[in-house]
Design a protein around this ligand. Sequence first.
Ligand code: 1WB
Ligand code: MN
Length: 343
Amino acid sequence: MRRIATEEAFSIREVAAELKKIVRGPSSSLDKLLVKGIYDSVEGSPGYGRMNFLEGLLDVEDRRLKEMDEFGVDMHLLSLTAPGVQMFDADTATDLAALANDRLAEICSRHPTRFSGLASFAPQSPKRAAKEMERAIRMLKLNGFIVNSHTHGEYLDDPKYWPMLEAAEGLDACIYIHPRAAPDTLKGPLQDYAMDSAMWGYGVEVGTHVVRMMAAGVFDRFPKLTICIGHMGEAIPFWIWRITFMNSRAQGIDRAPKTQLTMEEYFRRNFVVTTSGVEDHLALEYTIRKLGIDKVLWAIDYPYQPTKPAVEFMDSAPVSEAERAKLYHKNAERVFHIPALKP
Ligand code: 1WB
Ligand code: MN
């Protein structure tokens, strides 16, 4: 069984160095709590234990490959880890996205059956981002895009970002909306008890992002755009009935614009989800029944989650072998244009 893991994080030294500067700078962003722990940690200080993520992020071709071999993982679909380039100024972000994409393409071409990659872009400069997106697919042959949710507190429903959505749709390339911490405008009650990141804040942030996009009518303008979200759909599959009901009511009487389709129709048409970090068979079964077996892709969330239980989770999932093949690799091959192995 070919196993392709689809939300696998990496970084490069240049981005790590720039993130360290951000940590030491004046920003009061919620991302800093976690970013400091990973990129600028001092022994004994809060978050110090996260320092070892950095090694896992910067290494792609050594320890990571060995771990993939050990657990039978064929391929990582790599993406520049959160917050990507999205905390930087527009010029720095644009340059570093291109550099990360070049490095990623080199790795993929050295190991075409072991690594594929999602390209980064800098939403801070939407027109240049759209150009980089085109280069990443046409020249670098990368497999789609990663965006780490909001950029300076703004979301992809804002028409100023639509050149990037237009580029992705035109290139038939999926955009993976990965979490980062919520912006200052949303951060208040998320600051305590480690709720800022993967435990709760990340899901709230990405869930908010995609509901904004659906409710704004983004998918009327870009009907062929595919968005991927991780963590078993960031709770949206479970909430979609109520989102749909309340949105259709709001379209008559409140501030919700009229849309051609319902929220659930957009979610089923324009989204795929990955299992990253949610190793719960009941949640998997629910998500498959809600979205369809062709819309769910396996992921580990390396190096933030361990490989072994992610493999055991999918090996033991209560599905047929044909369904397991879709979850493990066929859906990823279709959505991210990864060549199927020759029989
Ligand atoms: C964690 C998870 C941290 C992710 C991250 O930092 C990312 C964590 C950028 O579990 O602490 C992730 O990608 O899910
Ligand atoms: Mn992740």
